[in-house]
Ligand binder design. Structure first.
Ligand code: PNW
Length: 499
């Protein structure tokens, strides 16, 4: 028997015993009278107690996207090129040599796509602004047509009672900043980001009340300037990466200030960080304490310095003298007070056990067989959502948080009639949301959740081969099809509970 045949046989057998358990086999059974059955079923129905797993009363539900991943229209209305245009146009960088030239074409389809958000009963939406649409070239002159696009977009969201949360930087650095200054290797880029933030504040700050400065420092820096597998494809040694990280958190701080001073309304500002997440391997008091210590340390270069205004001693010691250039004044800017913290949570990064060593913790390895989604980096461990939010509250006293991204990549097989039964995604969601509900029920101040992503889109180096959407996109026709998970998510948003 081949493997496949033996699997099928096993499945048949399991199906039989499962159906047998429900009295549904094809074998003749001695059935009780119909009315007796009806009585029993009615009793089961009446006695049914639904799970009590509600989210807090004003909890907000939404989805997220990012400019380069969905907009397309890469040369339209005066948009300049970004490092992701350049990077994806180079053969061999992206699976199937895909690129974001057209992507989901949301630049043109946003009105219909906002209807999809409504169909999900969601009331918030997180999108990013393409920096090179606003400042296409080194002249420093803003491009009115680019601004107008976001004006239309935001107005349409508001007209549909969907509250916009705008991200300023989701990795699409204008190419001229890379060429002129080597991008984030220079503080000139940090300054330019402050100016861009001021311009956005001036133009959108009367209608957009909520902003995230930068999305996922760790991913675009470690992968874009460390391993070089993301744009701009730079490979720097650890010793030099410290400065890149510093320049980026400085840019964040400058943008926080620029948004506040230049917006007509009192805007609220945070960031969307994919923090490193320390999970206690067994939830004992000692391990939980140890995982808090670890959490501060493993986020030293991003969240810790942003929320504390200083680098940890251990982090500083990892650089030789003068390798990291910064001033106290910069640390103040970096730690400008925030209104909320956004967390992108997919997987834990560290499993922690208490230890009697100088660090106070020990890192336990992930098992080789640890389950993942179709993205091999995405270890499935729903408790990451609980520990990420709880640690951020307990360590830094943060009193308002959003889950700015969480989601799963699946195979998403389409049936002949265009249905997608992505039941793995539904299971993923149910389990992660259970842990989020565990956190909110304990008073962890998470105020909203954005599913990544509204629809399948350009998944960076994986191109269109990896899909995270609630809606499937046929990239030939640009038609959208709701997956079964879209239904699931709608039920969650409607009932405000785990379903
Ligand atoms: C995040 N990794 O990216 C981004 O914010 C999104 O743009 C992206 O589509 C989403 O998560 C899903 O991947 C990541 O390799 C990309 O560890 C890669 C990694 C992590 C996050």
């Amino acid at each position: 028997m081949t493997n496949k045949e033996s699997n099928e046989k096993r499945r048949d057998f399991l199906k039989k015993i499962a159906l047998g358990g429900l009295g549904l086999t094809t074998l003749p059974l001695i059935m009780s009278s119909k009315s007796e059955d009806e009585k029993s079923l009615k009793k089961i129905k009446n006695d049914l107690i639904l799970p009590d797993n509600k989210f807090p009363k004003d909890f907000l539900w939404g989805t997220a996207t990012a400019a380069y991943q969905v907009e397309g229209a890469y040369k339209e209305d005066g948009r300049g090129l970004s490092i992701w245009d350049t990077f994806s146009h180079k053969k061999g960088n992206i699976v199937n040599n895909d690129n974001g030239d057209v992507a989901c074409d949301m630049y043109h389809s946003f009105k219909d796509d906002i209807k999809l958000m409504k169909d999900l009963n969601t009331t918030i939406f997180r999108f990013s602004i393409s920096w090179s649409r606003i400042f296409p070239d080194a002249s420093g002159k803003p491009n009115q047509k680019g601004i107008d696009f976001y004006n239309r977009f935001v107005d349409e969201l508001l007209a549909n009672d969907i509250r916009p949360f705008a991200t300023l930087y989701h990795w699409d650095l204008p190419q001229y900043l890379q060429d002129k200054y080597k991008g984030w290797e220079s503080k000139e880029t940090s300054k330019a980001f402050g100016e861009y933030a001021a311009c956005i504040g001036k133009n959108l700050g009367d209608r957009v009340n909520d902003f995230f400065t930068i999305n996922e420092f760790r991913t675009f820096i470690e992968m874009g300037y460390g391993s070089g597998v993301f744009a701009p494809g730079t490979k720097l040694p650890e010793e030099k990466l410290g400065q890149v990280r510093h320049n980026a958190v400085l840019a964040h701080g400058l943008a926080v200030q620029a948004l506040r001073t230049n917006s007509k309304n009192k805007v609220r500002v945070g960031l969307a960080d994919n923090l490193s997440i320390a999970v206690p391997v067994v939830e004992t008091r000692e391990n939980i304490k140890a995982s808090q210590i670890a959490m501060r340390e493993i986020n030293a270069s991003y969240l810790t310095v942003i929320l504390e205004g200083k680098y940890t001693e251990k982090y500083l010691k990892s650089f030789s003298t003068n390798a990291l250039k910064y001033t106290d004044e910069e640390l103040k800017i970096i730690s400008s007070p925030l209104d909320f913290v956004g967390l992108n949570v997919y997987n834990p990064t560290h499993l922690i056990e208490a230890a009697d060593n100088k660090d106070g913790y020990k890192v336990i390895p992930f098992a080789k067989s640890f389950p993942t989604t179709t993205s091999k980096w995405e270890l499935i461990a729903p408790e990451a959502l609980y520990w990420a939010t709880k640690h951020v509250k307990d360590i830094w006293n943060v009193n308002e948080m959003y889950i700015t991204e969480n989601g799963s990549s699946s195979i998403d097989e389409k049936t002949a009639d265009n249905k997608i039964y992505d039941t793995d995604r539904i299971s993923f969601l149910r389990n992660y949301l259970t842990q989020l509900q565990r956190a909110t029920s304990e008073g962890v101040p998470v105020k909203g959740y954005f599913y990544w992503s509204l629809m399948d889109n350009f998944e960076w180096t994986s191109g269109y081969s990896v899909t995270f959407g609630l809606y499937n996109v046929d990239f030939k026709t640009q038609r959208r099809y709701p997956k079964m998970s879209a239904n699931y998510f709608k039920e969650v948003a409607t009932n405000n509970k785990v379903m």
